[in-house]
Design a protein around this ligand. Structure first.
Ligand SMILES: *Cc1c(COP(=O)(O)O)cnc(C)c1O
Length: 478
């Protein structure tokens, strides 16, 4: 497309209308002092084309885009659910968008922040929340810094964190960033934490605790969760819960009741904010009472005079972002929670689990399912045993040809050739059946016309990229 536009530029420049840009009405002096001559442009080919051409150009580009509003988006661990449009309307209200965070009269906004902290507390069982972290990984870092500061405040040095190999990839990265070294646990045949390994690892002495993704990246809920937290606590450690994928847990069980001390949530996933392009996100962190003083400051508290920001906690890990966090995302989450209420949230959890299991049962008839048990929000297929050595990448690219988005691929690493599928609660039975039909067609094609898959995608604007050449000889400019 860009080359078409370029053609139009050139044609127009050859011909008419050189005075498209109005003449400057001030004297143009001193430019050479601001910008050296060799960096100045001699010519600026501004296109002079009809509005309709531009409109068509951008509409064509936008039609190439794919999102939750276009069709199913089963990208495992990302919870690409439908985001109700009313949340957008509410986030755009001028009372929210025209307020300065530090102006005197912003009780309404402070109350919103305070109320959603309380709601998240109710959903997770935690006693205090910070809304500052800008994403899930940011929340993880905050949680780990709290653990670190807690032990420092007691004069104890703890340098290690236990992380199972079924954790989300950000967990070890955040632990490293917070200055911990990592003890990895190998999941057992059920995709769960092996208790004997855990007990052994906790004996190492300088272990700060465990960081657990639950349900984990296999979509598995660890049935021994209470045993896990007991073992860690009995050995002087703390329990961190990665609650980025809280969707299937909503209204059904709470990290606090499983024995966890600290949790982060991803509002942009579970609580419905569009999050395809990398942000903005929101990763609030909740803690049990003992750790409230360690939360980032300033912290919002309720007083007789209203909601105020408190700054004076000596134990706080300090500032990690402005106290209002990514306010727009928080407003959307607040609207979502209020619209659904307790019963609605529970239903979200139930249907998310039902939808994932519906797909799991139907797809395992043809595809390999290494951890075959009831799943939560997602499950993971493998390309092992596919006819004609068709790979996960081939399947994923072929799904695009059918006009759907592909699942997460090659993650988690503990499943070879993983296809991680999370339908979310907002897909209808018909949409799920369509997806199964496409997957079954693809399986048949793998048997009878494998070249269709190996050269997929066939109908996309960009064909299969040569990943090896891209990695070995990257072209970093055009
Ligand atoms: C998405 C996700 C994260 C990271 O969240 P970001 O907002 O992308 O930083 C962490 N843990 C799990 C389980 C996730 O699914």
């Amino acid at each position: 497309m860009s080359s078409n536009i370029q053609l139009i530029f050139e044609k127009e420049n050859e011909t008419t209308q050189k005075n498209f840009v109005p003449k400057m009405d001030i004297e143009q002096t001193g430019l050479n002092e601001i910008l050296p001559e060799n960096l100045q442009r001699k010519d600026l080919p501004i296109p002079n084309i009809p509005e309709i051409e531009i409109v068509r150009h951008f509409i064509k580009l936008s039609n190439r885009n794919y999102g939750g509003d276009t069709g199913i988006y089963p990208l495992g661990s990302c919870t690409m659910k439908y985001n109700p449009k009313v949340n957008e309307t509410i986030a755009k209200l001028s009372g929210f968008t025209h307020v300065h965070p530090l102006q005197e009269e912003n009780q309404g906004c402070l109350e919103l922040l305070y109320h959603i902290s309380r709601q998240l507390g109710e959903i997770t069982g935690m006693d205090g929340f910070t809304l500052q972290p800008a994403a899930g990984a940011h929340g993880e870092l905050v949680g780990l810094l709290i653990m670190k500061k807690f032990f420092e405040s007691r004069g104890v040095k703890k340098q290690k964190i236990i992380i199972p190999d079924s954790a989300h990839g950000t967990n070890p990265a955040s632990a490293k960033m917070a200055g911990f070294s990592i003890i990895e646990l190998t999941s057992n045949e059920f995709g769960e934490v092996p208790l004997d390994q855990l007990e052994f690892a906790m004996q190492e002495g300088d272990v700060a605790g465990i960081m657990l993704t639950n349900p984990n990246t296999l979509g598995v809920f660890d049935r021994q969760i209470k045993e896990i937290t007991r073992i860690v606590h009995d050995n002087g450690g703390l329990c961190y819960y990665d609650g980025a994928n809280l969707n299937p847990m909503l209204g059904i069980c709470r990290p606090r009741d499983m024995g966890f001390d600290i949790v982060h949530l991803n509002l942009h996933k579970t609580f419905s904010t569009p999050h395809g392009g990398g942000g903005p996100g929101s990763g609030p962190v909740g803690v049990v009472k003992e750790f409230i003083p360690f939360l980032p400051k300033p912290c919002l508290i309720s007083t007789e005079k209203g909601i105020i920001c408190r700054e004076d906690d000596d134990l706080s890990i300090g500032r990690i972002k402005a106290f209002w966090g990514n306010f727009g995302v928080i407003i959307r989450a607040y609207a979502y929670i209020l619209a659904l209420g307790a019963e609605g949230l529970k239903k979200v959890g139930q249907i998310a689990v039902l939808n994932a299991n519906y797909l799991r049962i139907l797809l395992q008839k043809k595809f390999n399912l290494p951890f075959n048990r009831i799943c939560q929000h997602e499950f993971v297929l493998s390309d092992q045993g596919m006819p004609n050595e068709v790979s996960t990448e081939d399947i994923a690219k072929r799904i695009l040809d059918y006009g759907m988005y592909a699942p997460t691929i090659y993650f988690p690493l503990i499943v070879p050739g993983a296809l991680m599928i999370e339908p979310t609660e907002t897909e209808s039975k018909q949409s799920l059946d369509n997806f199964v039909e496409v997957m079954n067609n693809i399986y048949e094609e793998a048997r009878t016309h494998p070249e269709l898959l190996k050269n997929a995608p066939q109908n996309m604007p960009v064909k299969r990229l040569d990943a090896v050449t891209a990695a070995r000889k990257p072209i970093l400019h055009d």
